[in-house]
Design a protein. Structure first.
Length: 499
């Protein structure tokens, strides 16, 4: 075959692949001065019937015309150079795209989230253009996406409509119909497997392609939820941000109504997720009180009355600091330094230093711990001055979270929650678990307790205010879990943040 010229023009170099519909060759065009290389797809009807052959021929011509239009208007779809028939078989001559498929890329290891995001951002506009031409690809998978060597852009190859034309048969009523389903098991959704593909079927295939590249697991290696039919995959990609994972979850939703309706809507969600987000400041404990800087209560937006209080407070603090510094000098010159007992050392939550009205001793927490000269010697109990007392912050019940032990409630995004997951947890834990879903999609919180908690999560990327949060980001499973946890909290009156 290497010496044969197809169509008296194309010399076969090697076979690129073969299947039930025919073979694919790499060839060179002998009628071009550069001997331009091209890909030739040989297609043969599955039924050897003159009447069927005529129908296949007509459909082949229509699909080839669409491929010509697609490739001519979009640089990420191979150009169609020619099509012809010979010896009862059909041939497509297309642009040869040099590069490697995503399957070959995966063989080098799983790819990063940022790399996968760039591929999707580049491919979704192509898919949107294809769908606007009323065409469904039907066979998106790693083998059919090539990263072009010249510019690194992904190119979408091997549209399924032409292959489907080869499966044309006559039904019992004498009408032409397709006897085959185009698509690859695992990458195509249920409605496509039933022979009724829609535009979001391509989005499902693209989402499964992304999951394969991120996890290294083929669709057949992933389990599905026996009740919802959703693919369970997140446990194999723990380094993926929840927001990006949520976009993929919606793309591969079992029911088409739960998916993105168009490639453009998925692209918009991905662009929002990829937008520059200001860094989140981690939650930090307030510094310990010192003798010259007593703790004060701060508010995010001070009022005019608060400013007047500060004008009175600041001079008082400066005076207190000068008195404290003088007291320290007196103590250092004294032959017997003031004794500090272990009981008098303030804890990190101490609010007010003990200072006598007459001598104004410095706060014990600011002095070095020294050994007392006698066991009977102790610091007398004193009362704070009015100026200092007025600056004491009120004690609140706001919990202080330990940054080293952070809960992981990520399972609320991947499976159904039951009472067994909730029993034994207090109101705050249940609030955190329920709002974990919203936080994973970048929502902020009116509750400072919840906001401080999620600020410490390394994956948290706040984007939306509570009022502007788009509910469409939530999958059906996530919505169900939110409602389930809320009902449980109301049933047992376990809410830390009140409604």
């Amino acid at each position: 075959m290497t010496l044969q010229l197809l169509g008296d023009r194309y010399r076969i170099i090697r076979i690129l692949g073969s299947g039930g519909f025919g073979e694919t060759f790499l060839a060179e065009d002998t009628q071009m001065p550069s001997l331009r290389r091209c890909v030739i797809k040989q297609l043969k009807p599955i039924v050897n019937n003159p009447q069927i052959y005529q129908l296949v021929q007509e459909r082949f011509g229509r699909e080839a015309a669409i491929l010509e239009e697609l490739g001519g208007a979009n640089a990420q779809i191979p150009a169609l150079y020619a099509y012809f028939q010979a010896s009862g078989q059909f041939y497509l001559v297309q642009e040869w795209v040099e590069g490697e498929t995503l399957t070959a890329l995966r063989s080098q290891g799983v790819i990063s989230e940022s790399s996968m995001r760039e591929i999707l951002l580049s491919l979704l506009p192509v898919l949107d253009y294809v769908h606007n031409q009323r065409m469904i690809h039907r066979d998106i998978k790693p083998d059919n996406i090539i990263l072009r060597r010249g510019d690194g852009k992904p190119v979408l190859i091997d549209f399924g409509a032409v292959r489907e034309a080869m499966g044309t048969v006559m039904n019992s009523q004498g009408n032409a119909t397709s006897s085959i389903v185009i698509g690859t098991p695992g990458y195509m959704p249920s409605e496509q497997a039933a022979g009724r593909p829609i535009y979001s079927s391509d989005l499902y295939s693209l989402g499964m392609t992304a999951i394969y590249l991120l996890t290294g697991r083929s669709p057949q290696q992933l389990e599905t939820d026996s009740q919802t039919g959703e693919v369970v995959w997140r446990q194999f990609a723990l380094n993926i941000s929840p927001t990006f994972a949520g976009i993929l979850d919606r793309a591969i939703a079992y029911h088409p109504r739960d998916r993105y309706p168009t490639a453009l809507s998925m692209l918009d969600a991905l662009r929002e997720e990829s937008a520059t987000i200001p860094p989140t400041l981690p939650f930090k404990q307030q510094p310990l009180a010192s003798a010259t800087s007593p703790p004060t209560a701060f508010s995010p937006a001070p009022t005019a009355s608060g400013s007047r209080k500060n004008k009175i407070l600041v001079p008082s603090l400066i005076a207190g600091g000068l008195i404290g510094a003088g007291a320290i000098a007196i103590i250092l010159r004294s032959p017997h330094p003031a004794t500090v007992t272990p009981e008098s050392v303030k804890s990190p939550t101490a609010n007010v230093p003990n200072i006598t009205p007459s001598i104004a001793k410095p706060t014990t927490a600011s002095l070095p711990l020294v050994k007392p000269p006698s066991a009977s010697r102790a610091v007398p109990t004193v009362t704070p001055t009015p100026a200092i007392t007025n600056t004491t912050p009120e004690t609140t019940s706001t919990p202080i979270f330990n940054a080293e032990t952070v809960d992981d409630y990520g399972f609320v995004l991947t499976r159904k929650i039951t009472d067994a997951d909730l029993d034994g947890k207090d109101g705050l834990q249940l609030d955190i678990m329920r709002n974990w879903v919203f936080a994973s999609h970048g929502r902020r919180f009116e509750s400072s307790v919840l906001q401080n908690y999620f600020n410490k999560q390394p994956w948290y990327r706040p984007q939306y205010s509570p009022k502007d949060f788009p509910e469409k980001l939530l999958s059906s499973l996530e919505q169900r879990n939110i409602q389930y946890i809320a009902a449980y909290q109301d049933r047992y009156n376990r809410r830390y943040v009140k409604k």
